[in-house]
Design a binder for this molecule. Structure first.
Ligand code: FEO
Length: 176
């Protein structure tokens, strides 16, 4: 079944949002580097890699279904934040925004009776639960840490351990 234009349009918009997410987290990584918080910077670099993979999953899906990828300009992300807590809180807020978008895409694919798109989006619904949980846990830890420098460095060490694992979606061409 040919992909509907409503799904192509919505998926192209999501592709742009995933690329913006990559930009946002790269910007946060650079800011954490400037604070010498290498573990936070590593966590953000991995997050940016994940977002690139998410973008490419949408990119590949549109092409695989015979649609046309239409890249748009990417908004400029902020370049600094008031504190690590402010930055990670912003990341959590951004993920909540992305979750709302994925839910909207789900509705659009249902309205178009596009079951393949619907199935593809299930990965992203589950992924958003994980994305919000990860950011929320760091926000919680930063609140507990308060202004303890040793607590911040312990968390920095922990976040330095994160490694990138390419996401796999059943039935979809892998990223990139
Ligand atoms: Fe692509 Fe962070 O969701």
């Amino acid at each position: 079944m040919a992909i509907s234009q409503s799904v192509v349009k919505a998926f192209n918009e999501q592709l742009n949002r995933e690329l913006f997410s990559e930009y946002l987290y790269l910007s946060m990584a650079a800011w954490f580097e400037s604070l010498n918080l290498k573990g936070f910077a590593n966590w953000m670099r991995v997050q940016a890699q994940e977002e690139h993979a998410h973008a490419m999953l949408f990119y590949n899906f549109i092409i695989d279904r015979g649609g046309t990828v239409a890249l748009d300009k990417i908004d400029r992300p902020d370049q600094k934040w008031d504190s690590p807590l402010a930055a990670i809180s912003k990341a959590l807020e951004h993920e909540e925004f992305i979750t709302r978008n994925i839910n909207d895409l789900f509705d659009i694919s249902m309205a178009a009776k596009d079951h393949a798109a619907h199935s593809f989006l299930k990965f992203f619904l589950d992924e958003q639960v994980e994305e919000e949980k990860n950011a929320s846990e760091i926000v919680g830890k930063l609140k507990l840490i308060g202004d303890s420098a040793s607590g911040l460095f312990m968390l920095d060490n922990e976040l330095g351990l994160r490694v990138f694992t390419p996401p796999a979606v059943a039935g979809a061409t892998p990223a990139p």
